[in-house]
Design a protein around this ligand. Structure first.
Ligand SMILES: C[S@@+](CC[C@H](N)C(=O)[O-])C[C@H]1O[C@@H](n2cnc3c(N)ncnc32)[C@H](O)[C@@H]1O
Length: 165
């Protein structure tokens, strides 16, 4: 990213959600402290009739973020976790999907999250082990979380915590 294209002050928000999707995880989907980002803006009607809206504050690619180094106190990273699925399935609409370059993409995304965090800033990295084990992700990003915990019906979702030391 060209230096001049970087957003200097992140519009005054100190939390970045780098992959907000439809903001399912957020208690307050309009939290004014959060900059919601995603690579797409889309609106769909799911098979049960519910609307799915992906409407980030900023469209960006997490492998090349338009922010200065040391910008945010907290970054949330919940990238797509599925590589084998119908590209028009509701799962793909809701969560996106991994490209054939997913290993390099996730490594670049993780490195960008750490770059834009302030010193001592915290990264929350969510992963679902349905198709790819978290041990593989830890190998791909070459970094170990401080701690983490599994959640979800089948304990396949893991929330990992990193700090920019
Ligand atoms: C698992 S979903 C996020 C769900 C979200 N945390 C929620 O609470 O609803 C992953 C999101 O990452 C986005 N994404 C995929 N590749 C991306 C990229 N290179 N840059 C930015 N966002 C990306 C997808 O569009 C998708 O909305």
């Amino acid at each position: 990213m060209n230096e001049s294209k970087k957003i200097k002050n992140s519009v005054g928000r100190n939390i970045l959600d780098a992959t907000c999707g439809s903001k399912m995880m957020w208690f307050d989907k309009d939290n004014p402290d959060v900059l919601f980002a995603d690579k797409r803006t889309e609106r769909h009607t799911l098979c049960d009739g519910r609307a799915l809206e992906i409407n980030p504050d900023i469209k960006m690619d997490f492998t090349d973020m338009p922010f200065d180094d040391n910008t945010f106190n907290l970054v949330v990273f919940d990238p797509p976790h599925l590589k084998s699925l119908g590209k028009k399935s509701w799962l793909a609409l809701k969560y996106g999907y991994l490209l054939p370059t997913w290993e390099a993409d996730l490594k670049a995304g993780f490195d960008e999250c750490m770059r834009v965090l302030k010193p001592n800033g915290v990264l929350i990295f969510k992963w679902n082990e349905n198709q790819i084990k978290v041990s593989k992700i830890i190998e791909v990003i070459s970094a170990k979380p401080l701690f983490g915990h599994t959640t979800g019906r089948n304990s396949q979702t893991i929330w990992m915590t990193f700090m920019k030391m």
